[in-house]
Ligand binder design. Structure first.
Ligand code: SF4
Length: 451
């Protein structure tokens, strides 16, 4: 899921004593760097400059297509989603996305390139009908063939998956099916505004398994409204019993543009009605330990995988290593060369720009070499272990020296172990890595606003 436009103030919980770690409104998850509030409409021309450059020789390309439709808006959702669009409007949106792709694919920077990975995010990509899916992907492949794609990832809401649709998703070449399960308990799903129920998860999962997708990921959220210790244990047990290749576990956050926040505001409350951060970390810690007992390995702050040597997440790893990502569709985020950018966040302006034959880019940011180093250092720290030699080879920088102060601080707190060519986060550090990453931000970004 990759869209949003509401500005939210970044908390810095390391400055707070542990007993004050109530979940307050705001974004916790560090999705990118520098913070989105530094991206500006006036930097849009930077995207045009990159597109005029010759294609790079050895930078992998990914393509992200955003589907902003959902059956229902979840109470914790802060993305710009549409729950009321009919088939003709969806068709018009696909046409606009394809038009955007056709125009941009003609530019110099993309000549001769094919995607190494493709990602369908939302919203709910699986909201599309079988015919719409066929049409969209046929047209995408006609613009840039997928024959060199190592991964085609596709986000699904379990209640939208009929057997026919799952067969189509498999047939179009999806290699990583990602199911937004979040929880298995019907009451918790309902109270948090999710559209699906436990039975739909079970049915969709079993059928997807029978279709032999190379990889099925299930998403879970620790600390949804009314989550309990006992229910969380059942969620973990159930997830293990399904034997997915990969499980992604988020800690519940309550950004400002959510139904939960609106209710907090109406009731004059500062604390969100969800578990505090210590409890959420404990629940993720419990889940990691149970998955490890079942033979899984912890491969990042949010993921466990059945076989760490075989199960890769190309999209994540490529992005965190500086690959290009071509963003298509409303509100999509991407990066080409040194320039981050986001498309118009509302369907109206996005489609109108394309109708006028103009770029749908809304805002952009050109990174400096130092910002790229920080970005790649902090994002890859989320993997739990990084090698300083990687940065020496790529950026010519000794990160042990460059980040000596924050590393010494995190080591003294027991969050990281610093060796000559290996930085390893402790489990405690990994469970709260997003708040630790602020220690590495450049001074001008340390009190930034995130989106
Ligand atoms: S499924 Fe829920 S959380 Fe995901 S984009 Fe749709 S409304 Fe938001």
């Amino acid at each position: 899921m990759s869209s949003s436009s509401e500005e939210t103030v970044l908390n810095h919980p390391l400055q707070k004593p542990a007993e004050e770690e109530a979940t307050e409104a705001g974004n916790y998850f560090v999705a990118n760097y520098p913070p989105f509030s530094f991206w500006k409409p006036e930097y849009k021309t930077k995207v045009e400059d990159v597109l005029d450059r010759p294609p790079p020789r050895d930078v992998p390309l990914g393509v992200y297509f955003h589907i902003p439709f959902c059956r229902k808006r979840c109470h914790f959702c802060y993305f710009r989603v549409y729950t009321d669009k009919n088939a003709a409007e969806i068709r018009a949106y696909i046409n606009a996305g394809i038009r955007e792709y056709e125009i941009v694919a003609q530019r110099a920077y993309l000549q001769g390139r094919k995607p190494r990975f493709v990602y369908f995010g939302g919203g709910t990509p699986s909201y599309l009908s079988v015919d719409q899916l066929q049409d969209l992907t046929d047209r995408m492949k006609a613009i840039m063939p997928w024959d060199e794609a190592e991964e085609v990832a596709f986000e699904c809401e379990p209640g939208t998956l009929s057997e026919k649709k799952l067969e189509k998703i498999r047939e179009i070449g999806v290699t990583r099916l990602s199911l937004g399960v979040e929880n298995f308990d019907d009451h918790i799903l309902e109270i948090n505004g999710r559209a699906h129920r436990g039975k739909e998860i079970e049915r969709a999962y079993r059928f997807a398994k029978s279709l032999d997708f190379p990889q099925i990921n299930i998403d879970l959220i620790a600390g949804m409204m009314e989550e309990t210790e006992d229910n969380w244990k059942r969620v973990v047990e159930k997830a293990i019993s399904l034997e997915p290749e990969c499980v992604t576990i988020y800690q519940m956050e309550v950004p400002f543009n959510t139904t939960i926040y609106k209710q907090m505001k109406e009731g004059g409350k500062l604390t969100a009605p969800v578990a505090n951060w210590q409890t959420k970390r404990r629940w993720v810690d419990y889940a990691f330990a149970e998955f490890e007992k079942a033979g899984y390995g912890v491969s990042s702050a949010y993921t466990v995988v059945k076989n760490p040597d075989k199960v890769k997440f190309v999209y994540r790893d490529a992005l965190w290593e500086g690959s290009d990502l071509l963003p298509l569709g409303v509100a999509s985020f991407g990066i080409l060369g040194d320039v981050h950018y986001q498309n118009q966040a509302d369907v109206g302006p996005y489609m109108e720009a394309l109708d006028r034959g103009e770029s749908p880019v809304f805002r952009a940011y050109e990174t400096s070499a130092e910002e790229r180093l920080v970005r790649e250092f902090i994002l890859r720290l989320k993997l739990g272990r990084v090698r300083p030699s990687y940065y020496k080879n790529k950026f010519g920088v000794d990160v042990l020296e460059r980040f000596a102060k924050p590393l010494a601080y995190l080591e003294s707190e027991g969050f990281i172990n610093v060796e000559e060519d290996l930085l390893v986060l402790s489990r405690d550090g990994l469970l709260q890595v997003d708040r630790l990453l602020h220690e590495f931000f450049l001074p001008q970004h340390s009190h930034a606003r995130y989106t």
